[in-house]
Design a protein around this ligand. Sequence first.
Ligand code: HSE
Length: 289
Amino acid sequence: MKIRVPATSANLGPGFDSCGIALSKYLVIEVLKESSEWEIIHELGKEVPTDRSNLLLRVALKLAPSMKPHQIRMTSDIPLARGLGSSSSVIVAGIELANRLGNMNLSAAQKLEIATAIEGHPDNVGPAIYGDFAVTAYDHQSKHTYLVKHHFPECDIIAYIPDHELLTETSRHVLPKELSFQQAVEASAIANVMIAALINGNLPLAGQLMQQDRFHESYREKMVPHLSTIRQICEEEGGYGCFLSGAGPTVLAIVPEDHSERILRLLRALEPEASIELLQIEREGVQVF
Ligand code: HSE
């Protein structure tokens, strides 16, 4: 059995902790033979545990403690701590592992509730479970998570992935504790119109509003100085818009398909250490083969 979970990008600018898209990079978990103890075989670096302390098994064993131990092969091209949902992909894979090996028969909505409780916000785990474009809300009072999936308009997506990590915790630490009523009303109105424009397939307007975030990007800008340069290139070259992917440091540019080659070339010339990738929207969420 193989479990495949897509990378994700959260926020899309003003849709802070709410909007997310699934992307064409993947975590794949392959369940191999039964074994006397759990073992994860991977080449993801020394900091990723190979035993029960791996997040995948911590999530899975909490949900289904009596699963028989197996060898697991874990492969992933989702870079760690770059704002592309690497930890969400592992959480969603862990839930699916428990679902299958523990015969839990979970619905997508149940997986979403569990994943949101672990992650704290649904904007990465939502599209990781459902695919495509997910608009979500977590109600802290009722502990309920709402999600609406919608088709994201056809376009190319360019990811500018710096070669350094930025932990979500560090990136959330710089955010204000409060916004005024007026600021909150304006910030959420911008997000509302951005979402409506996406639903209408109006990428020029959606892209413009993705750049008008008032919730987080200005506070994070010091940690992601490349954002404004990429935005300028994108604007000059006919891109729809750029935003910080999740908590950063990756920046995504939403661009018309016939503009992507030139924008890719210009971004590649910016910083030789960064990885510049052409991605697509992944229409499917977690898959089991
Ligand atoms: N919405 C989250 C943030 C995504 O921007 O902090 C990263 O977990």
